[in-house]
Design a protein around this ligand. Structure first.
Ligand code: TMP
Length: 254
């Protein structure tokens, strides 16, 4: 296989130049971090599973008319995506109180919210992804008011759709994080869903038992981390036949 140029290495993924201009290859690693890199580890098979789960969800969202960066899955750990200009804002949706929201307001985890709440964080590891408001986003030019309106409307649609999809397989979507990018298409600038949607970026609890089936098992040392990722994939009907442990590391060129 031809050696490829690495564009960027993040905490859970590596981006390589794609085969055609305007495309990028996303390689999903087994590396896991939490609390902005303070906790580091490996979740065996996570990259394979997140590649599949994200593919599955992006295709489903595409089918209901949500524009996404996803093109196609290439192999066990890689997917081809459109190259976008990432908007430096993490969009978090919460349906139930958990994680940093429970801490911030001294609320009990598991408390139902009266309605879904959208929050924004500025994407900056150096600053620890601080919570921001729409005012910061538009004043600092991270997105225009029109782009932000579109992002919020799309995010709420995605939340409705994903809540139903996960409920259908016995999972409650507690909260999740999305990222968006800009893309030129037919001389028009479009906002598209980017990054990934996986148990790294969602909280998913079993409907009956409230068992956590997401990255909180790693963050909080709850054990059964690999099994939780596999269980989500199994319930969605997409666990790779050959198991998650079957592809070597990426062939990189620095
Ligand atoms: P939080 O409760 O820690 O703010 O997380 C809210 C949701 O966002 C949760 O589903 C996990 C996800 N998330 C990420 O995907 N990346 C991050 O860096 C953080 C902090 C949270």
């Amino acid at each position: 296989m031809a050696r490829r140029r690495q564009i960027y290495e993040g905490k859970a993924k590596i981006l390589f130049e794609g085969p055609e201009p305007g495309t990028v290859v996303q390689y999903f690693k087994d590396d896991a971090t939490a609390f902005n890199n303070q906790k580091k580890g490996t979740i065996t098979g996570k990259g394979v599973i997140n590649n599949r789960i994200s593919e599955y969800l992006m295709i489903k969202l595409g089918a209901i008319g949500v524009p996404t960066h996803f093109v196609r899955r290439l192999n066990m750990r890689e997917q081809l995506v459109r190259e976008v200009e990432i908007i430096p804002v993490e969009v978090v949706v919460r349906n139930v109180v958990a994680g940093s929201m429970a801490k911030r307001f001294g609320m009990e985890e598991g408390t139902e919210l009266p309605r879904s709440i959208v929050e924004f964080c500025y994407k900056s590891d150096d600053l620890d992804d601080p919570l921001i408001t729409e005012e910061h986003i538009t004043a600092f030019g991270w997105a225009t008011p029109q782009e932000l309106d579109e992002i919020v409307a799309t995010t709420l649609r995605i939340n409705d759709f994903l809540c139903g999809l996960f409920l259908g397989v016995g999972l409650k979507l507690i909260d999740f994080k999305l990222e968006y990018g800009r893309l030129w298409e037919n001389e028009q600038l479009r906002i598209v869903l980017a990054d990934e949607i996986s148990p790294d970026s969602c909280r998913l609890w079993d409907v009956k038992t409230n068992e956590k089936l997401d990255k909180d098992r790693f963050r909080r040392d709850l054990g059964g981390v690999e099994e939780a990722y596999q269980e989500v994939a199994r319930r969605l009907g997409i666990l790779p036949e050959s198991g998650p442990r079957d592809m070597p590391g990426p062939d990189t060129m620095q």
